[in-house]
Design a protein around this ligand. Structure first.
Ligand SMILES: [Zn+2]
Length: 396
């Protein structure tokens, strides 16, 4: 086997070095302090340690408690040789197992299929609870151009950098059109940063790539929306969306988490068939929801149009086979048109003090990105601060 080339590293990224950039955000971006959203590896442990019971009504809180009590058993049935809190438990496989049983009309009994449906319900509830965003909606970690003192806020700081070209001047050059976000995450930390830009003196809202009902910006009366500025494409759905299964309307709850009360009617058609709009984190993911399919079409268009793709905190996991296929296809089609694509990876290196029994995520990323993009990828010289350090180092 030939020696693999040394990965190309760099220390600072110049925003103006590309006319169009797509920022692709993975679990590592939202896991970065101060957001600290658990990744798949820490999701069950997070649920186990949660002190607050989520839900605004006694019914919703009881629903969570029931799901929480059943979780260890659902995991044990799929991986009986592991404790349910072992970090090696593969959540994708747990989801996939119950999806397969639920769909198996030939071998699974009606009782087994009903049980699988309950397991999926409980697991989805756990994912929503673990990725929910706590703290004030307009707190410093979400407010671009706000007074944060010494607190870091990489999502808000990234938005500031894009609006100012990483200079100190006020956001006169409103250069949002050259940037689009694609996120693999469910959490709404970035949404909050974008939705509260108005408080920073900018009339703006978010283009999610699909028509939404409901006030997208809670500080903006409905029907009085300014032109969308930033594009945020949520390829796995979002914690602030709910959808009607009768009329297909997607309702946004803006900077707040969607919460569906029993029997809640649709604001568009009145039917009580509301559901959450999240793609399960499984190996057998389904992207056939019309709203999700529309988001993916838009993501393809943005990737095709952008000469630079910046991946932040994203490990290119095998479970994201659809997204990996999209990337592969877009880069080949761009190349066929004579267009080269700059691929940039931003990750973090664990500090020597972190003594976790896990492989070095940066080394794994170098391996995965080099396999998919060969010589086209450059790696930011990762630090233990990761995303937060990268954003501070951006140049105009
Ligand atoms: Zn409806």
């Amino acid at each position: 086997m030939a020696d693999e080339p040394t990965p190309q590293t760099f220390e600072t990224l110049s925003l103006s070095a590309a006319a169009r950039t797509v920022w692709i955000l993975g679990a590592g971006a939202s896991a970065c302090p101060p957001y600290k959203v658990p990744t798949q590896l820490g999701l069950l442990q997070h649920i186990d340690k949660m002190k607050r019971t989520p839900g605004s009504t006694p019914e919703l809180r009881a629903e969570f408690k029931g799901a929480r009590e059943r979780l260890p058993e659902w995991v044990r049935r799929v991986q009986p040789g592991r404790d349910w809190l072992d970090w090696r438990v593969c959540l994708e496989e747990v989801f996939s197992h119950y999806e397969l049983v639920h769909a198996d009309t030939e071998n699974a009994s009606p009782e087994e299929r009903a049980e699988a449906r309950q397991a999926l319900h409980d697991l989805r509830l756990a994912v929503r609870a673990a990725t929910s965003v706590s703290g004030r909606v307009d707190g410093p970690r979400h407010r671009a151009f706000g007074d944060r003192g010494r607190e870091r806020a990489p999502y808000a700081e990234l938005v500031e950098a894009l609006l100012t070209g990483a200079g100190d001047h006020q956001p006169a050059n409103f250069a949002t059109q050259g940037h689009a976000f694609v996120t693999m995450n469910y959490d709404i930390n970035l949404d909050r940063c974008l939705l509260y830009l108005k408080a920073g003196g900018l009339g703006t809202t978010v283009d999610y790539g699909i028509p939404l009902r409901g006030p997208v910006n809670p500080e903006q009366p409905e029907g009085d929306e300014p032109d969308p500025a930033f594009t945020l494409l949520r390829v796995h759905g979002s914690m602030n969306w709910k959808r009607c299964h009768a009329c297909n309307a997607v309702v946004s709850t803006g900077a707040y988490h969607a919460e569906i009360q029993p029997g809640e009617p649709c604001v568009a058609c009145g039917a009580a068939e509301m559901g959450y709009l999240l793609v399960n984190p499984s190996y057998t993911r389904v992207y056939d929801d019309p709203a999700i399919a529309a988001v993916w079409r838009r993501a393809r268009a943005e990737l095709m149009a952008a000469e630079r793709w910046v991946f932040i905190g994203y490990s290119l996991p095998a479970a994201d086979v659809h997204f990996r296929s999209l990337l592969r296809d877009c880069i080949a089609r761009r190349r066929a048109r004579g267009l080269e694509t700059q691929v940039v990876h931003v990750g973090r290196r664990p500090s020597p003090k972190e003594n976790k029994p896990r492989p070095d995520e940066f080394d794994l990323a170098v391996d995965a990105y080099s396999a998919l993009f060969a010589g086209a990828v450059r790696f930011w010289d990762a630090t233990p601060g990761g995303f937060a350090d990268f954003v501070r180092g951006l140049r105009g």
